[in-house]
Design a binder for this molecule. Structure first.
Ligand SMILES: [Zn+2]
Length: 210
């Protein structure tokens, strides 16, 4: 093999179809990754809004409003003082994805979301003009919120369906050698030549986070 060729993938018995992500799997995977940012101890939800040109125009996850640090707010959900219930404070992933949009509007867009929307999010989705919802899971129990959400979406003509995928999981490596590096640097703080700018940027993001 010539030197400039990337190493053979570890799992070389993958079929061509398994090697690349289909659009819908990709968009849902972005929603799932977004959900991993949530500090909700019980339910992490992520959403990804895609326009008709298959461009991502917004992502979001469930979290406390701006200026209300996730670490200082109450995440209680029941059997405690009601005024401390998270439901009174938390912004759901769907709302955040719409508010975070980087386009003028989200009319005609599709929302990929890890959990079927509640009635409050259904209202926001309708008013924002989205056309479709693709979800990964739906709670089994028929809560009033769920039933109301379905009723609202049906009346408003917003199509919704569960993601149909042959994949059951997507593994993501954050190991340099999986992306062509000959070997892992022994000291992860030593930057590869030419990589300094991006590495510094990502450190800043991490520092902000903690
Ligand atoms: Zn909601």
């Amino acid at each position: 093999m010539a030197d400039n060729q990337p190493p053979a993938p570890e799992n070389s018995n993958q079929t061509e179809e398994e090697k690349y992500l289909k659009w819908e799997d990709y968009f849902m995977a972005v929603a799932v990754l977004s959900s991993k940012r949530s500090k909700d101890p019980k339910t992490q939800v992520g959403a990804c809004i895609v326009n008709q040109d298959k461009r991502i125009v917004g992502t979001g996850y469930n979290g406390m409003p701006n200026g209300c640090p996730d670490d200082e707010m109450s995440w209680l959900h029941k059997d405690e003082n009601e005024v401390d219930h998270k439901h009174l404070y938390v912004c759901h992933a769907e709302m955040n994805a719409i508010m975070n949009k980087n386009s003028a509007d989200v009319k005609g867009c599709t929302m990929y979301v890890t959990l079927f929307p509640c009635n409050e999010c259904a209202k926001i989705i309708i008013q924002a003009g989205l056309s479709k919802i693709v979800y990964l899971s739906k709670k089994e129990n028929d809560t009033s919120e769920r039933i109301a959400a379905e009723r609202l979406l049906q009346r408003s003509g917003i199509a919704y369906r569960r993601l149909e995928s042959k994949r059951t999981e997507i593994k993501i490596s954050l190991t340099a050698k999986d992306y062509g590096a000959k070997q892992q640097s022994e000291n992860p703080n030593v930057l590869a030549p030419g990589a300094s700018q991006r590495e510094e940027e990502s450190d800043e993001v991490e520092a902000e986070d903690e």
